[in-house]
Design a protein around this ligand. Sequence first.
Ligand code: PLP
Ligand code: COI
Length: 365
Amino acid sequence: MVSESAALHFTIEPTSNPTPADHRADLIANPAFGRVFTDHMAIVKYTEGRGWHDARITARKPLTLDPAASVLHYAQEIFEGMKAYRTEGGGIATFRPEENARRFRASAERMAMADLPQEIFMQAVDELVKIDQDWVPTGEGKSLYLRPFMIATEVFLGVKPASEYLFIVIACPVGAYFGSGCVSVWVSEDYTRAAPGGTGAAKCGGNYAASLVAQRGSKMHGCDQVLFLDSREQRFVEEMGGMNVMFLRDDNTLVTPPLTGTILPGITRDAILQLAKDRGLKIEQTPLEIDEIFAGAASGRYKEAFACGTAAVISPIGALRRTGGEAVFGDGKTPGEVSLAIKKALTDIQAGKTNDAHGWIHAIT
Ligand code: PLP
Ligand code: COI
């Protein structure tokens, strides 16, 4: 028997007040990350018993929420981060959106939220990109960042999974998350991000709220980002506040911590491991002792390090710092050759400049 599609009909309600083209051109010329938004949003409601309904693309506007909406109290919230790119052929495409949809479902399950079928996730993203296609910037490193998210809206203060949710997608034109060059990273000694059995592998807002004090601490130490260690022993590298982390060893091996439930299974991480294999590099997903990284950076055994994720793409790490020590990669300023080559391989696929051998591109227009 053929299973029924979960797709919904989306009502399209174009805004009556679109941003004038010249103002839009100014806004997308050099956007700071996450500050400029498009004219529309996708919104779908969920009610227990009725399921997902009332799907629309509508003018982007503030939400009206009851002050007792459960998201405001118990933080039932999950999100995704993905990008739409202008491609060489003049179209617009997203990168592995099915993986974002799959991870969204996994996050929802962990947070006891409503299951959102992949079809609805894909429809919402595609329809929003279509209506706001003029907001997709052109130029190297530029894209339309898409932020699908779900919040619990039931009006109830009892602690239980909510029976009502909103699924929303908003979009913002973006350039590079970091400037060019290398980032510096503070190894957190006071805070961890996730514990075994916790929510580390889910993309829920609470994980980010809990990371902010450590992120602020990294700035106080003069660093751009924070690196978290495992919560049991504070001995093994986990990930950064919003990115996975990888190291290149002198035996041509790209090493990254394994997915044991405490780190986010990054889609960029997965793509990079594949692209590294394609280039003949060895890959290892193995626990990495922070002391070994510091010793290996000094001896030259660890030659390159980078952060990776949708927003960050591949951001070379110049140095890791902790109390009383520094691990410098290369000269600490110049991005590593292999990091740059993998970044180019990835961004060329995303921009449709090279053969999409793994079928990662999803054409929208
Ligand atoms: N780790 C965390 C905590 C993140 O927030 C992100 C960004 O989404 C990543 C890793 C990288 O994931 P992805 O490559 O799917 O964007
Ligand atoms: C992303 O890369 O999409 C992220 O979610 C990282 C950060 C902006 C939260």
